[in-house]
Design a protein around this ligand. Structure first.
Ligand code: ATP
Ligand code: MG
Length: 651
């Protein structure tokens, strides 16, 4: 009805509305972070569905990470759209392939190998006489993934690698040999990797007319979010979905291309208007997500980028009122950085910010360890995004095996008791154990039980086989059961998402940008875009931190990230640099200098122009602080950290 539709469109600005209400056909939105691209496409889908232009079930929306797909789904649900599909390319292909497999291939279904992929690559490397060290295998896996995403077969790999300006982990002909062996081993064992899901789906659509017709009858309206990161393989799948049709909406930001290392390219986004000359093309520049201070940092960060393609030079204009100044904090070492981050998160929680509205973002997954520990010490619930860990956990794998067995015995009955019984067999007790790794195992199994509970409510006919299929799907998409907690995620996994408070941690050279990018201009630019993606996730509170040494008390030989220079307070007077010194323990035992009693406390002493009070630097106080640090060996088991909030103390 037109009244609800007016309500729907009221939430959009004129440009967003033009994109949302454009007639069916090609639509392209080129715009920066936080300008409402995702909002525009969800509203477009809602508008088309509510207006009767397309049935919800005929809509297929795709994006690149499972969390972003989940975000699309929940935003669609909030707009009252039920039945439209929003998935990652991989999850969409997995689903389609399961459906078409009996017709196009037949025989038993395949198995996914993602968890055993390195082992298979190891076998392939062994056969070709190469080293099977895990680092080498990882590099080889990266090369094979790049080649497959770029639609390059083993025979063509050496020439393609030569054209690309990047070193190969081994001589190209040897990489090609491993790639060939890997494909053979995989095929003979009826195993598929993630890229095969797309390749087989493409083959089914391209080579089986009836399959293509059935598919094209089913899906009529395609939407791609984050289109700047499409690979040739994904584009080919998209083209196979479309056939001769052009009912395609794409949105993206070339400045957020962060997977070009893996074969992605913003070119299809930037060239979309040329490919579809009749397309509705919209540019957005109002940033609705972040405070003007965050927007200013984002503009500076990406303004410094080199070699940006035409069409990507957009300047964001903040729409929100001023917020707290972004904070820059330097630490002596990483444990101190993690502990102070956890302490600050505790403050935010105490101030009423929800845990699910806080994220700690880092460059590489290995960084999560320090933050997991620091958060656990403060009893702050957290959730590691990326999720590969969840489905790789031993107890989860055991539970999956047990659930699969139970499902195959055909189990009519209610889902929740059935799942509960199986989980009981693999060790889920009624009450959680006290702590440590037993508690972690319990939490993982309980997450499966909670998921069954949730699904039994939202999907009324869900049975045990359906539940197992759902778990497979989530495992393939690396989408763990949800838990309410602080998000720990890599910058890559954070794309498209937003939080009230964001901590960008580990902003030191060698991490951001990552070591291997050094000396390679294109790789450095990709790192810069990744940094920009990170900055633009924050709505209100943004903290950027780095540490000079990796280990507590280690040599301080790391420098702050080059990407920070244009952003520091001399260019952005609204932000502040703090300097944290010494290793920290959030629950350090300290002795009161006045009465002599001991207490557990986090010590944070603010000097200079601090946010909270008008205190100024005081030489005598500084002397006393030095005394405290010197005294820690004798008096304190856990070292104390001290925070200075005056930029002039940075030296
Ligand atoms: P990214 O590039 O990071 O994916 P995006 O362009 O997709 O960003 P959205 O996530 O759609 O941006 O929007 C950012 C935030 O701004 C969301 O919270 C969204 O609800 C809000 N927003 C977008 N457009 C409007 C608007 N017209 N009025 C109010 N809020 C808006
Ligand atoms: Mg988005």
């Amino acid at each position: 009805d037109s009244r609800t539709d007016t309500g729907l469109l009221d939430g959009l600005d004129p440009e967003q509305r033009a994109a949302a209400t454009a007639p069916r056909g090609p639509v392209c939105v080129l715009a920066g972070a936080g300008t409402g691209k995702t909002r525009t496409i969800t509203h477009r889908i809602a508008h088309l569905v509510r207006g009767g232009h397309v049935a919800a079930g005929q809509v297929l929306a795709v994006t690149f990470t499972s969390r972003a797909a989940g975000e699309l789904r929940s935003r669609l649900r909030a707009l009252g759209v039920e039945g439209a599909q929003a998935r990652t390319f991989h999850a969409a292909a997995l689903r389609q392939l399961r459906y078409f497999w009996p017709r196009v291939v037949g025989g038993p279904q395949w198995d996914l190998i993602e968890n055993n992929k390195l082992r298979l690559i190891g076998q392939a490397a062994h056969r070709t006489g190469l080293s099977t060290e895990v680092e080498v295998l990882r590099d080889l896996a990266g090369e094979i993934e790049w080649a497959k995403a770029s639609l390059i077969v083993p025979d063509d790999y050496p020439a393609a690698a030569a054209r690309r300006q990047r070193d190969t982990p081994e001589p190209p002909t040897r990489v090609a040999a491993v790639y060939r062996q890997y494909e053979e081993l995989k095929n003979s064992a009826r195993l598929l990797d993630f890229d095969d899901l797309l390749l087989h789906t493409i083959a089914a659509l391209e080579e089986h007319r009836a399959v293509a017709e059935e598919f094209r009858d089913r899906y009529r309206c395609f939407v791609v979010d984050e289109y700047q990161d499409v690979t040739p393989l994904q584009q080919r799948l998209l083209d196979a979905w479309l056939g001769e049709r052009d009912d395609l909406t794409v949105v993206g930001d070339a400045n957020q291309t962060i997977y070009s290392f893996g074969g992605a390219s913003p070119r299809p986004l930037l060239e979309f208007p040329r490919r579809f000359p009749e397309a509705t093309v919209i540019r957005l520049e109002r940033d609705y997500r972040s405070t003007p201070q965050v927007v200013a940092l984002a503009n500076s960060a990406i303004g410094a980028a080199r070699g940006r393609p035409a069409g990507s030079r957009l300047r964001l204009v903040g729409q929100r009122p001023d917020g707290p100044p972004p904070r820059f904090v330097e630490f002596d070492d990483e444990p101190a950085e993690a502990a102070a981050t956890a302490a600050r998160i505790r403050d935010l929680l105490d101030a009423g910010v929800a845990a699910s509205e806080i994220a700690v973002l880092y460059r590489v997954n290995a960084q999560s360890e320090a933050y997991e520990q620091a958060l656990a010490e403060q009893d702050i619930p957290y959730l590691v995004r990326g999720g590969e860990r969840f489905f790789a956990r031993t107890e989860v794998r055991q539970a999956m095996v047990a659930l699969r067995t139970a499902a195959s015995r055909a189990e009519p009955g209610e889902l929740v008791p059935a799942v509960g019984a199986v989980l009981g067999q693999v060790g889920l007790t009624e009450q959680p154990p006290a702590g440590g790794s037993a508690r972690e195992r319990w939490d993982a199994l309980a997450a499966l039980r909670d998921l069954a509970d949730e699904l039994s409510r939202t999907v009324p006919d869900m049975d045990l086989p359906g539940f197992v299929a759902e778990l497979d799907q989530r495992a393939a998409a690396q989408h763990p059961p949800t838990v309410a907690g602080v998000t720990l995620a890599s910058l890559h996994a954070a794309k498209g998402l937003e939080w009230d408070a964001v901590f960008l941690v580990g902003l030191a050279e060698g991490t951001v940008p990552i070591q291997r990018a050094d000396g390679d201009e294109q790789a450095i630019e990709e790192e810069r875009r990744l940094f920009y993606v990170g900055l633009t996730r924050a709505r209100e509170h943004l903290t950027l931190s780095w540490s000079l040494s990796r280990t507590a008390g280690g040599r301080r030989h790391r420098r702050r990230s080059r990407f920070l220079y244009g952003l520091l307070p001399e260019n952005h007077p609204a932000s502040r640099v703090a300097r944290a010194s010494g290793s920290s323990g959030p629950r350090a035992k300290v002795r009161c200098r006045v009465c002599g009693s001991s207490l557990m406390a986090t010590i944070e002493i603010k000097l200079g122009r601090c946010e909270g009070c008008p205190s100024t630097v005081d030489e005598e106080l500084l002397e006393r602080l030095r005394g405290w640090r010197g005294a820690r060996a004798r008096e304190l088991k856990v070292p104390v950290y001290v925070v200075f909030t005056d930029a002039t103390l940075m030296a």
